[in-house]
Every structure is written in C-alpha cells, then in structure tokens.
Design a protein around this ligand. Structure first.
Ligand SMILES: NC(=O)c1ccc[n+]([C@@H]2O[C@H](COP(=O)([O-])OP(=O)(O)OC[C@H]3O[C@@H](n4cnc5c(N)ncnc54)[C@H](O)[C@@H]3O)[C@@H](O)[C@H]2O)c1
Length: 336
C-alpha cells in the first residue's frame, strides 16, 4: 500500500509537533509548515519535511499540498485573552490563515481536513459545553474559531472534501512555549517559580478548568484521520471530570517545586470565561476517549522538560493593538 501523506500546519507548535511524532511512528510521510510567530523550531521532529511558510501565503502553500491525503490545521495565534486587545493580529492567523489552508487543500484534492478549534467557540453557553449547542463566542478568538469552522464546512461540502472539527481544551505538556507572557498558564507558572518568582493570578483565581495532558489528546486526534464515524462531526476532546481552579494549579506546581507560594493578585481580565468545561461524552462514544495522565504527573513532566531546557525571560513578541484601562497589567507594564 502507498505511504499516506499528512500535512500539519503549526508543526513547530506544541500540539502540531506531538501529532507529527505520532504520525511518523505510524509510518506516515509528514509534511508541515509554520510561520514561527510562536512555537520553537526544535519542536519539529526529525523526519518531518518542514517549510517555514505562512498559511496566509497561498502561492507558497499550494505546492506543499501535492499528494497529501490528510491535513491537520493546528496553526493559529491561539490567544484568547490577547484577542480582546489585538483582534486584527489574532483573527488574521485564525480566520484568514484557516481559509488559506482550506483553499489549498481543496485545490489539491486532499481527502480529509481536521480543524483544531477551541472551546472558546462555546462562549456564554451553559456548562458543560456539548457539541450540539449553537456557539456563542464572546471574544475575537472564539469568533474566529467559529468562523473558521463555518468556512471549512461550507468550502469542504461544496467541493467534496471530508471534514472534522476537533475541540481540544487546556492542553498541557512539554514543548509548550513557556516564555510567552500571553498564554499557557501552567508553563508560565512553572517558568516563574523555577526563577524563584511569584505567579500573577487574575481575579480571585477560582476560575475552573479541566487540563489534559498532550498524549491524551494526540491519541483521539489521530483517530480522526481514518475513523469514518468522525466525518462531518464536531468533537470535544478533553476531560470533563477533573476540575481544577487556577489557585489549585498554582498550589500543585508550588508543591512539586517545594516553592513558598504567595501569588500576586491582579484585577480580573475582561471577558475571561469563569467556568469552562466541555462534555467528553461524544469523544468517549466515537473515539474511545479516556483521560489517563493525572494532572500532577503531567505537571511533573513539564517541570522536568523546562528544567532541562533552562528557564527563560518572557518575550513580549506580539503587538498590543489596544491600550486602555482594561489592558491586563502583566502585558501593558510587561510585569513578567
Ligand atoms: N493548547 C491548547 O490548550 C489548545 C486548546 C484548544 C485549542 N487549541 C488549538 O490547537 C491548535 C494548536 O495549539 P497549540 O497549543 O499547539 O499552539 P502553538 O502556539 O504551540 O502552535 C501553533 C503554531 O502555529 C504557528 N502559526 C501561527 N499562525 C500561523 C500562520 N499564519 N501560518 C503558519 N503557522 C502559524 C505558530 O508559529 C505556532 O508554532 C491551535 O489551533 C489552537 O487554537 C489548543
């Protein structure tokens, strides 16, 4: 049988690089692109055919799609909080970038397209979020993700390409950028505490989340390449029974590091979703989804990885488009 070819956008990023590992192990030829606005270049596994190409650059993207069977679109400026203050930057790399790669995939007769969306699509719906809910995103990032889904569905169905929408949430693990002040709360806390610095917590810290370790996400995501029960479906991927508050997250990391925790409290961020949980019932039924890695074990693995690479100063690498009284102080005053 001919070797299958998978294309992964955002392959120097956290999720894309782990997916690449898994597809290489499974014998696929893996091609990928990244514009390096995020990620780390050494995340890209050896064995990958890598191209530094932006998903908005259709003329450079098209030739890379030749012979590709499946596309995983992981490229994104996945900054929900920042999207409130830099909506142009964020939506350019969410909506326009998605349209670029969808168009290239259709033109190249790709069989199946898997889009990584986000639970931000659900916005102000009641929790737990289930897939049949009408999305009510409440910030530019969520609106961008929902728009990308609509564009995928429309363009794919018009031209006969199979599509799947994966909705992962709050993934943690090695290879996540830990010097990025705009996202990845667990990595930020670890990088700060390893430097002997206190973490900053917005609001009362009782915002509840369900974190999932990256290996628990990669497994069901990979099944979306071949499983026919997934086509034309939106599927949440992540646990729905492991709630943890941001305060508890900080406490767990502090315990693992034997760190004297006295967090700095800041005003809550505008439009931050207070309680965000997704139902995993559909993923369990269709993909046999199961959360295996305990939060504490996942955090310990991240601590080992960050320690082995060395702590880093935070890099304010993205432009804040809107400065006003709502802009979080950690960004406007570059506190990290
Ligand atoms: N990590 C999570 O907790 C999480 C949760 C829900 C959804 N997601 C989604 O999963 C996907 C992967 O997330 P991640 O955590 O790996 O993010 P990441 O930032 O680690 O990786 C994304 C990569 O995309 C690249 N990129 C951004 N814009 C691009 C463009 N226009 N062209 C080419 N490359 C571009 C970045 O350089 C980065 O390397 C994203 O779509 C994100 O929205 C992630």
């Amino acid at each position: 049988m001919a070797q299958k070819r998978v294309f992964i956008s955002g392959i120097a990023g956290f999720l894309g690089s782990h997916l690449a590992d898994r597809f290489l192990e499974d014998g696929y030829a893996v091609v990928g692109c990244d514009n390096m606005i995020g990620g780390y270049i050494d995340n890209v596994p050896s064995g990958v055919e890598f191209h530094q190409v932006d998903c908005n650059d259709l003329s450079r993207l098209l030739p890379l799609m030749a012979g590709v069977d499946i596309v995983y679109h992981c490229a994104a400026t996945a900054y929900e909080g920042l999207s409130v203050f830099s909506p142009h930057l964020v939506t350019q790399n969410i909506v326009t970038a998605a349209t670029g790669i969808i168009s290239a995939a259709v033109a190249s007769r790709v069989r199946r397209f898997v889009l990584c969306s986000s639970m931000a699509r659900y916005g102000t719906n009641d929790v737990p979020f289930t897939e049949e809910m009408v999305p009510r995103p409440q910030d530019p990032y969520g609106i961008g993700k929902w728009s990308s889904e609509l564009l995928l569905q429309n363009i794919a169905e018009t031209h006969g390409m199979e599509w799947v929408v994966a909705v992962p949430h709050n993934i943690i693990g090695p290879r996540q950028r830990y010097d990025d002040p705009y996202r990845n709360v667990a990595s930020i806390f670890i990088n700060l505490m390893l430097q002997g610095r206190q973490p900053y917590i917005y609001g009362d810290g009782d915002q509840r989340r369900c974190f999932s370790f990256v290996s628990d996400v990669v497994e069901p995501l990979c099944k979306m390449a071949t499983d026919d029960s997934c086509t034309s479906e939106v599927i949440n991927v992540g646990p729905d029974d492991r709630f943890v508050t941001i305060n508890e997250l900080a406490e767990t990391i502090a315990r693992l590091l034997d760190f004297d925790l006295q967090p700095v409290r800041l005003a809550e961020r505008p439009r931050e979703v207070y309680l965000a949980t997704c139902s995993a019932a559909k993923a369990r039924a269709i993909l046999g989804y199961e959360a295996r890695v305990e939060l504490e074990d996942g955090l310990a693995t991240m601590i080992d990885w960050i320690t082995s690479r060395g702590v880093r100063p935070f890099e304010y690498h993205l432009e804040l488009e809107i400065h006003n009284q709502h802009t979080p102080e950690t960004w406007s005053r570059q506190l990290l």
